[in-house]
Design a protein around this ligand. Structure first.
Ligand SMILES: NC(=O)c1ccc[n+]([C@@H]2O[C@H](COP(=O)([O-])OP(=O)(O)OC[C@H]3O[C@@H](n4cnc5c(N)ncnc54)[C@H](O)[C@@H]3O)[C@@H](O)[C@H]2O)c1
Length: 436
């Protein structure tokens, strides 16, 4: 006689067999990425097909819901190789997040160096106005090709890759606020990881295998009193945003190692600040700034009351936290240098490169406020508040690898950063949106 629990067990077994038989082996085979999603329904399925596939065994109970989704996942048809596409379009560089702060400066630098650029962005933290400013600064007669696309929309991405012949991709698009990432971690993981997976998948499909990635100093494990950070140092971030950057680095590394032809440059930025020397391009945070310098400049222009300095009892020159600041134009130039790593050369030893991008010099919060006060020509008010959880004494990089291998050289110093930031802020008190 069959007992009740035995019946349950048999039912579960039958269900499991049904589920595993109803999906082809290809679905689970990660060696055959990428897959194409057709008629994919956002309302019934998680927005990233690849992450969802990995979770299927856990969601056996929801097999009906997932079988609809799985039926829509098909291996890709072979796409034209790049050689076949040459002639269809000139070779372009795709810049994701290209209307954002660092992306827009990099687009300008690429254009100045004779590259053709296509920008995609979902405009969640930017507007298209930087493209008009770039057009002016680069003396262009035609608009910069722009597509409003969310990286989560894989079909939208495919349509852009169908339109242009890309030689490489610079991947800026991400959510980036450390504090916010602790409040809405899933949104950060979903946006940053799924976006990157989709991008790499479509790149693979279209045989575009060169990627420069925006990483961050936040991926390093902090060692109190340690020397300036080097690329080989231990990683381990203390916040969800930093962990998304670490995971994205790992995903890109794994893809780069998966088959020949991939090249990746991971750039770890320290603290980008400053603005274009003309004052017509700069950082335009849509909310209260998370970073020190945009906050200081908004106090200087009267939009915010005073600077909040979190802790003055750190083991530093004046007790306030020390960080490594880099002018955004220097940072943008490093991306153009990084593209040279994609040029094939006989002595090429690797297809994966990691570089710190910073000045190698640290300045304290109070030194930054003082330097900005000098640029503005008046005292910028500040108050000392208690330490913030997660903050540390000193974060400074050793940029010698980027200097040696990329020819990276800082052109702008602290006074230049403050001068340009103030010019931008005073000429554009409401950023790119004058009616704000
Ligand atoms: N600014 C810094 O201090 C700093 C430091 C280290 C690393 N980074 C990294 O550099 C990159 C650029 O930073 P930024 O300061 O220019 O930020 P930003 O917010 O100004 O630019 C990012 C852009 O990506 C877009 N975006 C976000 N998610 C998207 C998605 N799913 N699809 C399409 N577009 C999307 C946003 O609309 C925005 O325009 C980010 O990856 C950031 O993590 C920035």
């Amino acid at each position: 006689m069959i007992r009740y629990w035995q019946l349950l067990f048999i039912q579960a077994l039958v269900l499991l067999i049904l589920v595993s038989n109803s999906h082809s082996q290809e679905v689970y085979d990660y060696n055959h990425l990428p897959y194409k999603v057709e008629a994919f329904s956002q309302s019934t399925c998680p927005s990233n097909p690849f992450i969802s596939v990995a979770h299927i065994p856990i969601f056996v109970a929801h097999q009906q819901e997932y079988s609809h989704f799985l039926n829509s996942v098909k291996p890709l048809e072979p796409t034209n190789t790049k050689d076949e596409m040459v002639g269809k379009q000139d070779s372009h560089i795709l810049v994701t997040g290209g209307t954002g702060f660092i992306g827009s400066f990099t687009v300008l630098e690429l254009l100045k160096n004779g590259h053709k650029v296509v920008v995609i962005d979902n405009l969640s933290n930017s507007s298209t106005e930087p493209l008009n400013r770039i057009k002016k600064l680069a003396n262009l007669t035609e608009d910069i090709p722009f597509h409003k696309i969310d990286l989560m929309d894989i079909n939208g991405l495919i349509s852009v890759f169908e339109k242009y012949n890309f030689s490489s991709v610079i991947h800026f698009a991400a959510l980036k606020a450390v504090g916010e990432s602790s409040k809405i971690p899933l949104k950060y993981y979903e946006n940053n990881l799924s976006g990157t997976i989709n991008l790499l998948s479509v790149m693979g499909q279209f045989n575009v295998r060169n990627i420069v990635f925006s990483s961050s100093a936040t991926v390093y494990k902090y060692v109190p009193g340690g020397p300036p950070m080097k690329e080989g140092d231990d990683t381990g971030s203390s916040n969800p945003y930093g962990r998304t950057k670490l995971f994205m680095e790992s995903i890109i590394t794994d893809v780069a190692n998966s088959e020949p032809g991939w090249n990746a440059v991971l750039l770890r930025y320290f603290n980008p600040t400053g603005a274009h020397v003309s004052g017509i391009m700069g950082e335009d945070p849509l909310q209260i700034p998370n970073n020190l310098m945009p906050y200081v400049s908004q106090v200087a222009v009267g939009k915010l009351k005073e600077v909040h300095v979190f802790g003055d009892d750190y083991n530093t020159i004046d007790g306030t936290g020390v960080r490594d600041y880099i002018h955004v134009s220097d940072l943008a130039e490093a991306h153009v240098l990084a593209m040279k790593k994609f040029e094939s050369s006989a002595d090429k030893k690797s297809n994966l490169f990691i570089y710190n991008l910073g000045s190698g010099t640290g300045f304290s919060v109070l030194q930054m406020v003082e330097a900005m006060s000098k640029a503005v020509g008046k005292e910028i008010p500040y108050v000392i508040d208690p330490r913030r959880a997660g903050d540390v004494d000193v974060i400074v990089c050793n940029p010698s690898l980027a200097e040696k291998e990329l020819g990276f050289k800082i052109k702008f110093g602290l006074d230049d950063m403050c001068r340009d930031l103030w010019k931008w802020q005073s000429m554009n008190p409401n950023g790119y949106n004058p009616s704000q």
